[in-house]
Design a protein. Sequence first.
Lengths: 390, 279
Amino acid sequence: MDYDVYEATQDASVGDMWVFCESRDGQLRDVSLEMLGKARRMMDDYNEEYDADENVVALVLGQDARGLAGECVQHGADVVYVAEDEQLVPFRLLPYTTVVANAALMRDEYKDYDKPRYFLFPATHNGRDLSATVAGKLDTGLASDCDDLYIEDAEIKHPFKTEGEETVFERTLHMVRPDFSGFEHSTILCLDNPHRDFHPQSASVIPGSFPVPEPDRDRLQEGRILQLPVKFREGDLDVTVTEREHLDDGVDLTDDERVVAVGRGIGEDPTEGLELGLELSDALGSGFGLSRGVITASYNVDGNVESYVAEERQIGETGQIVEPDVYIAAGISGAVQHKTGMDESEFICSINTDPEAPIKDFSNVYIHGDLFEVVPRLIDEIERIREGDE
Amino acid sequence: MDIAVLVKGVPDFSEGSVEFHEDNTLDRGSTETVLNPNDHFALECARELKVKHGATIHVVTMGPPNYKEVLHEAAEFAGDEFYLLSDGKFAGADTWATAHALHAGLNEIGDLDLVIAGFKTADGETGHTGPQTSLMLDWPIITHCVEVNVQPEAETIGARRQLYGEAEHCEGPLPCFIVMDPDYEPSFHTASQRLRLKDILAEQAEIVEAEDFGEHVHTWGLEDLPVDEHVVGLRGSPTIVSGVDPIPQPPAERDAEEFGTSEEELREVAKLLVEKGGL
Ligand SMILES: Cc1cc2nc3c(=O)[nH]c(=O)nc-3n(C[C@H](O)[C@H](O)[C@H](O)COP(=O)(O)OP(=O)(O)OC[C@H]3O[C@@H](n4cnc5c(N)ncnc54)[C@H](O)[C@@H]3O)c2cc1C
Ligand SMILES: Nc1ncnc2c1ncn2[C@@H]1O[C@H](COP(=O)(O)O)[C@@H](O)[C@H]1O
């Protein structure tokens, strides 16, 4: 098979679940271990269900890859492919794409099938890019940002994939991702067409979706570590990294004892909403955060508060995880991705016009009201109490 | 310089809730469509480069006929020529099938020096379409760009990327494919650049208001493009959405005490906040 063109394949033989284990500066990222643990559990079930003997295959590229292989085995891999090459440090998309796609298509002393059956990537900056290009190279499909995965037969009727007939696709990876509002989950499947195979069924996985498994030293005896061939295509190395610098960590809300956050409830007058949030945060001497809703809304806000609408203030699964003594959520509905970032707070106070808003279910105190009316009055009361104390 | 910008229409999430068809695909008909917010940055980057070096900007979208409105909205930011890739056979595409159609459209435009995509769409949220389109072009690619400089004569590009709390500076050749990070901001250093920007914005306003805006839009279907129907649309898509389910709300974790907005009630909450906050 020629990996150079993403040509349609038919009747390819497939096997195993592959996991791209991302490392940075010679350290595996937690999400890599989380994926290995999940892959282990899925393949154990798979082998039992389908009476099979397929493996979890980890890929580690770049700095000290060999040194990280044992950790992969202890966390669930049966086989670890490693590639160390100076061109693989730091991460660059095209060289990585070539090495990974090549690995997926090669045959060697271990690999006796055409393509992996499943492939997991981390939904991180680099992992997401790589998942897209590797799936493309292999002419297959993928789902991004999954927070659940399971393998099951799927009964499907589709105008092209099944030509309208009810058909069972065996051993299908069900890729579950939160969508749109955060209140819906979509399940994505990657299914063969009549004359076009779509394997590996691939997904990127949101960091933190699965627990890091306990390392198991006993696994080390069984694990196999294999070297990947490193070969690049013309043009792969054209983009060079000339400089890398650490940025200031920006806004850090994780150590704050109090956090005030506002959401799309400020929509009627975003500038005033932000100002009110900031004033409340002043009154309480707290950090100031946002729901993602505010960041994606593209509000036009006045210059004085413009700089506060920034990803560095986002709280939630894809932002900061905070656990202050007091968390105030004004005009935030409480989507699951937001909840993940704040529900360990000691005391949660929500302000919302909608008594059905999910946030109420994890608040200690819920104020049923319009934040534009409630927040200024709350500030007055807080100031009065605090002044009285002094 | 010839720059193509990939833009997409997305449901306007501020306009009520998003609707689904019975087969679980998005019902775009009943939700208003707007230009994907992340694509503003791609258009602004193209405009910045036009200010600094001069360029023809080609704005490309694949979607249903009403995406003409999306192109119109894009014209407020930038664009000299507009392309609507629209065909019943393109419909229902996942990112890989979308990339096939976009790639064909870009080839048909021809002779491009730079293609710019947004990071993610507000509805799909995959961030795959850019890298996959670039893969088909077989061009170098730089993602997560917050700053972009080109040297048209030397045919090189430099970009500052932002990821994992680090900044990275990259150099590469033209033609190149870049994906913008939402933290991108255009920068103009000289008075002449700012004047040039003003002129270009005035030109854009004219394009937007022109009665014949439609004449700036090239509409291409499957027949007009060098692409096979087996790789586009629903037919060409490896993935399907098999189900959309509400995320079950877990049982209440805390028994919220409910307050109204009377003075006494707010005072009580204020007391609790001060006390629990250790103030
Ligand atoms: C992959 C992925 C990752 C994500 N990561 C995150 C994340 O890390 N953090 C995050 O926050 N979100 C994240 N989201 C988005 C999340 O799903 C929600 O869309 C988002 O949290 C909603 O923000 P919101 O609560 O501000 O807006 P909405 O859901 O629109 O809620 C606004 C609330 O304000 C109330 N309201 C309206 N007017 C007023 C008023 N005047 N006074 C008081 N209340 C009012 C409404 O009743 C409503 O409850 C992610 C989504 C995806 C798909
Ligand atoms: N149908 C489309 N037409 C044109 N550009 C698109 C289309 N879909 C996605 N893109 C581009 O790809 C980027 C990422 O989209 P996505 O992969 O859907 O998150 C967008 O910001 C656009 O620049």
